[in-house]
Every structure is written in structure tokens, then in C-alpha cells.
Design a protein around this ligand. Structure first.
Ligand SMILES: [Mg+2]
Length: 194
């Protein structure tokens, strides 16, 4: 458990540093590359078929840890399963996670009945592009949905996807995420619910 925690913390920090590097090197404005197209202001299960229709979204790439399941839990809530069944008829769904544990992500993906990619190293665009190609959809009809600005939102914006920031499943005690929110707002990102 502690070993996983240390590896997990190192991974989170590494992706943040990689994200920071991408933001600094990006020719676009820092605020624009980190700006979510939609700040949901709630957890992922509040994305409705109506919302998908409003933004003409035909595909969703979902982050896993803290977006679908708290990072230290493996059980999937009945509410999450109900939500997946509710939106499945309307969109193609892929899970794309930075988590290096194939077993964890495979287990969650199999339970939800959706394809997945793990070890994505977001803000890298590589595995997001792989998922979009598999969906065979234009970039602007696919949303990257995640809880973190410097990985999920940054990766989605770098690729030209629609980006949706959601609240973390485990609550707001996650300090690196809070730091990313603080830093992004300092750079001019607007995170008020829209
Ligand atoms: Mg996450």
C-alpha cells in the first residue's frame, strides 16, 4: 500500500513537471492552453446526454483515477455504472489513464465494458490520438474529460479536443490538484462553473 502510494505520488509529480514544461514551451497563451472548454463544477456522472448534444460531442475520453474512481479505491460505484449505461448510446467511450497499473485500469474498463489505454503520460497527446483514431471521429467532436488541469485538460487542448474539467471523486483534499488550480488561475484561467 505504502509502496503504491510512493510510486503514485512520484508519478503525479512527474506528470505535473512534464505539464509545466509543456505550458512554458507552448507558443499559445498560457491561459488558453490550460483553459477547459467546460468547467462542470461537479463529478463526472453529471455529464448528461443533453449536455453531449449541446456541444455536439460524439466521443468521450475519460481519465480514470479521481475522475471515475478515487485513486486508492478499486470498487466501481453503482452510480458510475448507471451513468455509463445512460450515455453509452450517445457517445463512443474510451478510458485513457496515466496509471501504470495495467491490472487496475483493465479491471475498471472491463467492468464498465469500454476499451482502455494505460500509462498514457498525459499531457502527452499520443494515446489520446490513438483513442480518437479508433473512434474515427473529428477532433472537435471528442471531449477529454478529467480532474486535472496539467494532465487531462492540457493534453486535450494540445490535441484540439473539447475539454471538460470535472471535480475529483475523492473530494477536494488532493493537494497537487489544488495547487494546479491555484497556478492556473494565477496564469489567467477561468474556472468558474459554466
Ligand atoms: Mg485523474
Amino acid at each position: 500500500m505504502w509502496k503504491n502510494c510512493i510510486i503514485g505520488t512520484r508519478g503525479l509529480l512527474a506528470t505535473f513537471v512534464y505539464g509545466l514544461f509543456c505550458v512554458i514551451r507552448c507558443p499559445m497563451s498560457k491561459a488558453k492552453i490550460l483553459q477547459p472548454d467546460l468547467v462542470l463544477g461537479d463529478v463526472v456522472i453529471h455529464i448528461t446526454p443533453e449536455l453531449l448534444k449541446r456541444y455536439n460531442l460524439k466521443g468521450l475520453i475519460l481519465d480514470v483515477d479521481e475522475t471515475l474512481v478515487p485513486w486508492n479505491e478499486t470498487d466501481i460505484s453503482p452510480q458510475l455504472l448507471t451513468w455509463i449505461e445512460q450515455i453509452r448510446p450517445h457517445v463512443a467511450i474510451w478510458l485513457v489513464s496515466n496509471n501504470f497499473s495495467y491490472r487496475r485500469i483493465q479491471r475498471i474498463a472491463n467492468y464498465l465494458g469500454v476499451p482502455f489505454l494505460h500509462g498514457a503520460a498525459k499531457p502527452s497527446r499520443r494515446k489520446l490520438l490513438q483513442a480518437v483514431k479508433a473512434m474515427n471521429l473529428p477532433l472537435d467532436q471528442v471531449a477529454m474529460v478529467g480532474d486535472r488541469l496539467f494532465t487531462d485538460i492540457l493534453a486535450g487542448n494540445r490535441l484540439g479536443l473539447f475539454t471538460i474539467l470535472v471535480e475529483p471523486m475523492g473530494g477536494k483534499q488532493f493537494s497537487l490538484r489544488n495547487f494546479e488550480v491555484w497556478l492556473s488561475q494565477l496564469l489567467g484561467v477561468s474556472l468558474s462553473k459554466r
